[in-house]
Design a protein around this ligand. Structure first.
Ligand SMILES: Cc1cc2nc3c(=O)[nH]c(=O)nc-3n(C[C@H](O)[C@H](O)[C@H](O)COP(=O)(O)OP(=O)(O)OC[C@H]3O[C@@H](n4cnc5c(N)ncnc54)[C@H](O)[C@@H]3O)c2cc1C
Length: 368
């Protein structure tokens, strides 16, 4: 039996950031990924770091998102220095665009409610001129502090950083179950090995519930796959370098000249195909918002399955019924944004340093 202090299951952003922060704390870590690193949701994401996102005031997602956003510049610099991989962090700012009066009022309310974010309301003409947008636009909120990364590169930089700190990363290794001693998890099984560990951190995204069904002791993990399809265009000169975030579509300008337009939100189980309807939906919304995109070259389209919880917040914390099993999954639409705080909280939990905020505890979904 091979042994480590901590086994991390899943090599998306949640797994890689957990492994990285754990290794920085001095733990011996093994990360097991059934396929390739960042080949699921984390490789598909647009990489927006957008805590104001849906601008519903000072929500938990806003508070944790702002805290996480603030950690990106230093974390990305550290990863570049350590690994040579550049996550392409861009402090682009974001224009939250309203195409209805109701949305405009919400954005105006957000400006007043969140003074620390230094938000600025722009009128319809100013917004259209700023980002070459079409006639539907009725105003916007300029958010100077929001940013984006290239999600697959960020995930790979975290994994490379973890490897450099001594984490053993084994791809092509499916975890088939847990090894238990009573209510304690003492390791995991793969088809060829049993790995012992003091702690197991479950970061298997949309697939996490199936692994727990067998051992959950009555706790069903409320995580479901929600498909997101996303389209890449060649960025026209007229397109803004800021993130353009509207009610039904967003546009993100990447360093290589790609403009990413996303994304659908579909409840289709584990179907990760790109469909004609999905691409059409995104392109219709994108070209309606920014008509100049109709003549942009098409670079590709892809899809991923967001591990989604009923309240949109991740589950970070101990399993309600099993000792030594930590959950770090269900990041829904914000797994890239919340990566730094996720890594920090997972490392703190294993080190028994400080608890994770109650709002994120998996126990919030456990029957009383
Ligand atoms: C189209 C789209 C756009 C998005 N845009 C953004 C955005 O702009 N900003 C943002 O913050 N978030 C965004 N997200 C959400 C973000 O991508 C997710 O929240 C995040 O990537 C989840 O990371 P994860 O590591 O939990 O899951 P995943 O990336 O899905 O990783 C889970 C990993 O676990 C592995 N695994 C599963 N079962 C096993 C097993 N039994 N044994 C071993 N390995 C296993 C899988 O192979 C996979 O690699 C977007 C998502 C999509 C789909």
């Amino acid at each position: 039996m091979n042994s480590s202090d901590v086994i991390v299951v899943g090599g998306g952003i949640a797994g890689s950031v957990s492994a990285y922060f754990l290794a920085r704390e001095g733990f011996r870590v093994r990360l097991l990924e059934r396929g390739e690193l960042a080949a699921e949701a984390s490789g598909a994401a647009a990489g927006m770091l957008l805590p104001i996102g849906e601008a519903r005031g000072r929500s938990a997602l806003y508070r944790f998102g702002m805290r996480s956003l603030a950690e990106f510049p230093e974390l990305c610099d550290e990863l570049i220095e350590r690994t040579g991989f550049d996550p392409e962090y861009e402090a682009s700012g974001a224009l939250h665009v309203a195409t209805t009066e109701t949305r405009l009022r919400e954005l105006q309310t957000a400006r007043v409610a969140l003074p620390e974010a230094k938000l600025e309301v722009l009128g319809a003409d100013e917004t259209r001129a700023e980002a070459s947008l079409g006639p539907d636009v009725c105003g916007s909120l300029w958010s100077p502090g929001e940013a984006h990364v290239r999600s697959p590169l960020f995930a790979k930089a975290l994994a490379a950083g973890a490897a450099q700190l001594g984490v053993r990363i084994e791809t092509g290794t499916l975890v088939t179950g847990f090894v238990r001693r009573g209510d304690r998890v003492v390791g995991v099984r793969t088809p060829d090995h049993v790995f012992a560990a003091d702690h197991v951190v479950l970061c298997s995204g949309a697939w996490a519930p199936s692994m727990l069904d067998e051992v959950g002791g009555g706790f069903r993990l409320p995580v479901e796959p929600v498909r997101g399809q996303i389209v890449a265009l060649e960025r026209p000169e007229s397109a803004s370098r800021a993130i353009i975030f509207a009610e039904n579509v967003y546009l993100v300008a990447k360093r290589d000249g790609t403009l990413v337009a996303g994304a659908t939100q579909e409840h289709v189980g584990f179907d990760r195909r790109v469909t004609a309807e999905g691409v059409l939906t995104v392109l219709r919304a994108a070209t309606r918002l920014a008509p100049a995109l109709a003549t942009a070259s098409f670079r590709g389209a892809w899809a991923g399955l967001r591990p989604t919880t009923p309240d949109g917040l991740p589950l970070i914390g101990p399993h309600p019924n099993l000792e030594n099993l930590i959950l770090a999954t269900g990041h829904s639409r914000s797994g890239v944004l919340l990566a730094p705080v996720t890594g920090r909280w997972v490392a703190d939990l294993v080190a028994e340093k400080s608890p994770v905020p109650e709002e994120l505890s998996p126990s919030r979904f456990a029957p009383a």
